[in-house]
Write a protein of this length. Structure first.
Length: 290
């Protein structure tokens, strides 16, 4: 374990608005900065390790308060990596009792059978409690143990405030940068400029965004390709647009050549000029396989 010591030279960055603010605001400022860095395609090794530790300790706190350790496990995309950040952060900021509880909860969950893990994550173990709070056959002792640990977590917050410890630790960081919005934008841009494979990351991010895009966006993009336009932004949906004597949903969007809208019927979608009502491009829907 690194004991919270940075493994690269990147500083922790907070926003100027958080200077002198509440503990929660300080922790939220770090979350905002880390999210901004992720959004600009910086990877974990390119972000201050202690910023990530603070970020994931707050992530753990938020999830555990929302739905216990089960919600943390369900929400954490890569637990091995995130667990390490949480452990190192809790240790570095002095949340020793919470670190002990986290380790016990993680060990208890990892020891569950597949059926018990599903039961715990689904939250259907209450049916297995008898009148005295013991197992009535529907939930194993291991699942009940995790439920008890969830209760211990909330009680522990009264004596060991994770947010206060997290904020104090952030304020104490060596080389801490406190930047206003403009300075933060410049700082992140400078960091992004150092990414050796930036174009590759941008292409991967664009592909992932396209895969998760809603259907109307995919249709609009295809229409723009047919028309030879470059989509700039989708502005709004209008559920009261009049088309061929009918009230239908139309999507307004902007390309490099102006403002347009998209409407569709059962067989085709159309890119239309909102002023002249001229059809600029059309795409035919493929019949779904039986």
């Amino acid at each position: 374990m690194s004991n919270g010591q940075p493994t690269n030279n990147f500083p922790v960055v907070l926003t100027a608005e958080s200077a002198g603010a509440s503990n929660e605001d300080v922790v939220d400022a770090n979350v905002t900065v880390v999210n901004a860095m992720y959004a600009e395609l910086l990877d974990a090794p390119e972000i201050a390790p202690n910023a990530l530790r603070s970020y994931y300790v707050d992530f753990y706190l938020t999830q555990a308060l929302g739905g216990g350790f089960a919600q943390y496990v369900f929400t954490a995309p890569e637990r091995e990596e995130i667990d390490a950040h949480v452990r190192e952060g809790l240790e570095a900021m002095g949340a020793t009792a919470h670190l002990d509880l986290f380790n016990r909860a993680a060990a208890a969950f990892d020891a569950l059978s597949d059926d018990d893990a599903d039961s715990y994550l689904d939250g259907d173990f209450d049916a297995g409690l008898d009148e005295d709070g013991g197992s009535a056959g529907g939930a194993s002792e291991s699942v009940l143990e995790l439920e008890e640990l969830d209760g211990e977590f909330e009680s522990l917050l009264e004596t060991e405030d994770i947010t206060a410890l997290n904020a104090a630790w952030l304020r104490s960081q060596e080389g801490l940068l406190v930047l206003d919005d403009e300075q933060l934008e410049v700082h992140i841009a400078g960091r992004v400029a150092l990414i050796p494979n930036l174009e590759e990351r941008q292409a991967e991010a664009a592909e992932e965004a396209l895969e998760s895009a809603p259907e109307f966006e995919l249709i609009i993009r295809e229409l723009c390709d047919v028309a030879g336009h470059e989509l700039e932004k989708i502005t709004m949906g209008d559920p009261n647009y009049q088309h061929n004597g009918e009230t239908i949903l139309a999507w307004h969007f902007t390309t490099d050549q102006g403002d347009f809208l998209m409407v569709e019927d059962d067989e085709e979608a159309y890119m239309i000029s909102p002023e002249s009502r001229e059809i600029i491009a059309a795409v035919e829907f493929e019949e779904a396989d039986a």
